[in-house]
Design a protein around this ligand. Structure first.
Ligand code: ADP
Ligand code: MG
Length: 249
């Protein structure tokens, strides 16, 4: 049981629907979960089960219809759009499946971008340190097109880390990568947790990726239906197969 004290993020009875009336899609239907500080959590579930919506609500990119999201003691629902934007910038990092780097900017410029957007001049050493941390100290001047998919995703991780986020969110960060690049990115996320105590929440389809986490949550139809500690890839795969079968039945 994670108490309020050691949870870096809490969702309390979070509901989120899209549309109204009979056409409405209930993406989250009362999700209650706490994420322990300094740990790595994977979120799994069938396609359309609400994984991305959970991440977006947790990261303040989307607002629940009902329920509360508490990040490090701050209730996101109580913030104005402006304050929420500042909090996202200063306390949260987000990594997407499609990297989302700016193609005309070098690795270094991409990593410094969140600081520029926050009105700060990026400190060169700070940016270089972030690139070194993801194993790309020698690629600072490269454009995204001059980097492999795995390297681009590591630049995206450095960019997410530059503001020293309380929580790093990743939505299928290895979804567009080959297995060798996936391993690099997962090893990087794992080492950030182990060495820097980086609290991390990652959505994935892949049981092998999920097995890098300390804990795996399973969603089905917008509800939490499973919670596994210290998962093995095989345990995760078996639970997923069970969920898919239940859904097909
Ligand atoms: P997952 O990431 O698990 O595949 P999502 O959280 O993206 O699932 O979506 C959950 C459900 O909500 C799906 O049925 C999806 O079609 C629906 N949904 C998500 N975002 C929107 C949106 N912006 N407008 C309408 N429906 C949406
Ligand atoms: Mg998704």
């Amino acid at each position: 049981m994670i108490t309020g004290e050691d949870a870096v993020l809490r969702l309390e009875q979070v509901h989120r629907s899209y549309g109204t009336g009979p056409e409405a899609v209930h993406a989250l239907q009362g999700v209650d979960v706490a994420f322990a500080r300094g740990t790595f959590t994977a979120v799994m579930g069938p396609s359309g089960s609400g994984k991305s919506t959970l991440l977006q609500c947790g990261a303040g990119l989307d607002r629940p219809d009902r329920g509360r999201v508490v990040l490090d003691g701050t209730e996101l629902g109580g913030l104005t759009e402006t304050r929420l934007t500042v909090l996202r910038r200063e306390r949260l990092g987000f990594v997407f499946q499609a990297f989302n780097l700016v193609g005309s900017l070098t690795a270094e410029q991409n990593v410094g971008l969140p600081l520029r957007l926050a009105g700060r001049r990026p400190d060169r050493d700070e940016v270089r340190r972030a690139l070194t941390q993801v194993g790309l100290g020698g690629r600072a001047g490269h454009l995204p097109s001059q980097l492999s998919g795995g390297q681009q995703q590591r630049v995206a991780v450095a960019r997410a880390l530059i503001a020293r986020p309380r929580v790093l969110f990743a939505d299928e960060p290895t979804g567009a990568l080959d297995s060798s690049s996936s391993r690099d990115v997962l090893a990087l996320l794992r080492s950030l947790v182990d060495q820097e105590g980086q609290s991390t929440v990652m959505v994935t389809h892949d049981p092998v990726a999920a097995a890098h986490a300390d804990r795996v949550l399973f969603l089905a139809d917008g509800r939490l239906v499973g919670d596994l500690a210290a998962p093995t890839a095989q345990q995760v795969a078996e639970l997923m197969t069970g969920l898919e079968a239940e859904r097909a039945a």
